[in-house]
Design a protein around this ligand. Structure first.
Ligand code: MRU
Length: 316
C-alpha cells in the first residue's frame, strides 16, 4: 500500500510503501496517514496485508493499538475481523467497500451541511478534515468546499492546529490547490476572530462522537465551541457514522491520545523551549454536546445532539 506521507506536506510529496500490517500500524502511529476516516481505511487495507501471513489476530491487535481516539480505526477493524475466515479477496473487497462508503458519505454530508449554513457567512475550521483525512471531499472541509461553490461562504479561516500544524500545512494546502481563498490564524487568535463578526459558523470534524453527542476532535475544538457559544455563533460538527460510538456513553469515557512532548518542544527539529522543560501534549479534546448546534452525518442531521436524538438516528 502506498501512502502519501502527510508529515512532509506541503513542501514535499513523498510516498511511503507499506508491505506489511506492521508497517501500516507504524504509519498510522507516526501520522504518515491521519484523520479519522483515513486511519480507518488505511487500517482496513492493513488487515488485508495481515491476512497474507500467519499472525492475523496479533497484527490486527497492533493495528488497533496504533492510535486510541479515532473510533474509525476500531470500527473498520471490527468489520474486517468479522469476515476474517473468508480469505484475502473477500477482505480486500471489504476494504474497498469501506473506502467507497466514506466517499459517498462525504458527498452527502457536504450537500446537507452546506444547505444548513446561512447565506453570506464566514466559517472557521480546525485541523484537517479534507481529502487527506478521508476517501473523498472531506467532512467539515467538504461542507466548506460545497458552501463556497454555492456562494454561501464568503470568508474561510483555518486554525493552524498546533503542534502538528494540520491546519497550516494540510487544510491551507488543500484549499489553495482548489483555488479557494483561506486565511490562516494562530490558534490563539480564534476567540478574537469570533468576537470580530467575520465568522458565523465554526465547522469541524470529529474523531469520535459518544452516545450522548459529546465530540472528541483535535485539541482546541472545545475552546472554539465555547467561544462561539459566548458570541451567539454556531458550531457544526461534520462526521460520518463511522465516527459515531454508541457504545461509549459520554466524552469522559473517550480515550484522549497523549503524544510525545517533543512534538510541542521542537519545531522542524529545532528546540522552541529551553532544554529540560516538560510539556503536556493531549492532541484531542472533548466538546460537550450542549455546545454543538448541529451534527451532520450521512444518515441525517442531529440538531442540538443529546442522548435521545443520537439514539433516534443511530440506535443503541
Ligand atoms: O491527529 P489527527 O490529525 O489524526 O486529527 C484529525 C482530526 O482531529 C480531524 O478533525 C478528525 O479526524 C476528522 S477528519 C475528517
Amino acid at each position: 500500500m502506498e501512502l502519501l506521507d502527510q508529515r512532509h506536506l506541503p513542501h514535499a510529496v513523498n510516498w511511503v510503501c507499506c508491505r506489511t500490517a506492521l508497517e501500516v500500524a507504524e504509519a498510522i502511529r507516526a501520522l504518515v496517514v491521519r484523520g479519522a476516516p483515513a486511519i480507518g481505511i488505511a487500517a482496513a487495507y492493513g488487515a488485508v496485508l495481515a491476512s497474507r501471513g500467519d499472525h492475523f489476530e496479533e497484527e490486527l491487535s497492533l493495528l488497533r493499538a496504533a492510535r486510541p481516539t479515532a473510533v474509525n480505526l476500531m470500527w473498520a477493524l471490527d468489520r474486517m475481523a468479522a469476515i476474517a475466515n473468508r480469505g484475502t479477496d473477500r477482505l480486500l473487497a471489504e476494504a474497498r467497500t469501506i473506502e467507497q462508503e466514506d466517499l459517498i458519505a462525504n458527498q452527502r454530508m457536504a450537500e446537507w451541511g452546506a444547505e444548513r449554513l446561512d447565506k453570506d457567512c464566514g466559517v472557521l475550521t480546525h485541523c484537517n478534515t479534507g481529502s487527506l483525512a478521508t476517501a473523498g471531499l472531506g467532512t467539515a472541509l467538504g461542507v466548506i468546499r460545497y458552501g463556497y461553490a454555492a456562494g454561501k461562504i464568503q470568508r474561510i479561516f483555518a486554525g493552524e492546529s498546533r503542534p502538528w500544524l494540520q491546519g497550516a500545512r494540510l487544510t491551507a494546502w488543500e484549499l489553495s490547490e482548489d483555488g479557494i481563498p483561506v486565511q490562516l490564524i494562530a490558534d490563539a487568535a480564534a476567540a478574537h476572530l469570533l468576537r470580530s463578526g467575520q465568522v458565523q459558523w465554526v465547522v469541524v470534524g470529529a474523531d469520535r462522537i459518544a452516545a450522548n453527542g459529546d465530540v472528541a476532535n483535535k485539541i482546541g475544538t472545545y475552546a472554539l465551541a465555547l467561544a462561539a457559544r459566548h458570541h451567539s455563533l454556531h458550531t457544526m460538527v461534520v462526521a460520518a457514522s463511522s465516527s459515531i460510538d454508541m457504545r461509549t456513553p459520554n466524552g469522559d469515557a473517550i480515550p484522549i491520545e497523549l503524544r510525545d512532548p517533543e512534538e510541542l518542544l521542537t519545531y522542524a527539529g529545532q528546540a522552541v523551549a529551553p532544554l529540560g522543560v516538560a510539556a503536556w501534549n493531549p492532541v484531542f479534546d472533548i466538546t460537550p454536546a450542549e455546545l454543538v448546534d448541529v451534527l451532520v452525518t450521512e444518515k441525517g442531521l442531529v440538531e442540538h445532539p443529546n442522548s435521545a436524538r443520537m439514539h433516534d438516528l443511530f440506535g443503541a
